[in-house]
Design a protein around this ligand. Structure first.
Ligand code: SF4
Length: 327
């Protein structure tokens, strides 16, 4: 492990000031991604600015029904919050399906949004990897790509799947990310926050240098909706999704009035399937409708070899999850 300078910030302004002069500086929140990658020598910060003591905690229900979640709220706190469990079961279930209890107790809301991919070639520090070392190639093309690689949103430069469960639920719910940086504050629509790899897979999000996520505001829940998260994986705990589905449905007298659908494990960013939502709306809440929507959700999916089974598995995750909401 390489030496780095450690700075603990107790105010946002202090954190911004500590980060600004050092191009090699990074923020440390829960540390569940960063410390791993430092130890693996994949990330090599020259300065670590510890922000986990910033006053960015609390889950606040706003008058208009939206929910404001502090950046440093842990995954456990958010998943166990009574209002979240009651109003956004999809989010609580997604959080509790991720990682382990110990990790959820440390991992933060902002850190979950910012987590890095699980591709083994990225993390081994030596293989060709455009994300870690731009222009070096992608060892996953023709290599091991069964578990944590995407069939949607990839490119020949990179097709590592986004690893978060929480973000898939947030993509379905809809959210706004508030950030603060040297130029002030701004809001980013959650759907615009993460970037597709394209020709620049090292650019994973739209944050500018030095910006900090201060909180996330969830959209108000759809009236009379039900929601659920289904995660399919090789073993029942402590594993990343092969395919997952976050679904929100409003059904009235057997007809789907409104729908939100997002996918995980199969895409390079939290994947909102708006094309499939259009297929669902106004149709009978039946397995035939759900299967049609699932097929549309995987439009444009591309197999990279070992991960081709995810095209069918992703559809099954959608259909099973939607069926659970109308059973
Ligand atoms: Fe690197 Fe992405 Fe290729 Fe994995 S899939 S080796 S992260 S470029």
């Amino acid at each position: 492990m390489r030496n780095f300078e450690y700075v603990r910030a107790s105010k946002i302004d202090d954190a911004l000031a500590a980060r600004a002069p050092d191009a090699g500086a990074v923020y440390l929140a829960g540390g569940t991604t960063l410390l791993d990658l430092i130890k693996l020598d994949v990330m090599r910060p020259t300065r670590v600015v510890d922000i986990h003591r910033l006053d960015l905690r609390g889950v606040e229900v706003l008058d208009d029904g939206r929910v404001r979640v502090g950046a440093m709220v842990t995954n456990t706190e958010l998943a166990r919050h009574a209002y979240i469990q009651h109003t956004y079961p999809v989010l609580s279930q997604a959080l509790l399906s991720g990682a382990s209890t110990q990790l959820r107790n440390k991992a933060t809301t902002a850190g979950n949004i910012m987590q890095r991919v699980r591709c083994g070639y990225f993390r081994d520090g030596v293989s060709a990897c455009n994300k870690r070392e731009p222009g070096s190639g992608c060892a996953a093309v023709g290599g091991l790509n069964r578990n944590v690689h995407a069939v949607l949103g990839g490119s020949s430069q990179c097709f590592a799947a986004h690893p978060s469960d929480m973000c898939v639920a947030m993509a379905a719910i809809g959210a706004t990310v508030r950030v603060r940086g040297p130029q002030g504050e701004r809001d980013i629509d959650f759907h615009d926050f993460h970037l597709l790899p394209g020709d620049t897979p090292w650019k994973e999000h739209v944050l500018s240098d030095g910006e900090i996520i201060t909180h996330v505001t969830l959209d108000a829940p759809l009236a009379r909706s039900r929601s659920a998260y289904l995660k399919l994986r090789d073993r029942a705990s402590y594993q990343f999704a092969l395919a997952s589905s976050a679904a929100i449905l409003v059904v009235d007298a057997g007809t789907i009035r409104d729908a939100r659908l997002a996918l995980g494990g199969v895409a390079t960013k939290p994947w909102r399937a708006t094309n499939a939502e259009q297929v669902l709306k106004g149709q009978p809440a039946s397995i035939a409708t759900f299967a049609r929507a699932a097929a549309v959700a995987m439009d444009g999916a591309h197999s990279y070899g070992q991960n081709g089974f995810k095209i069918a598995l992703g559809q099954q995750a959608i259909v099973r999850n939607l069926m659970s909401l109308v059973a």
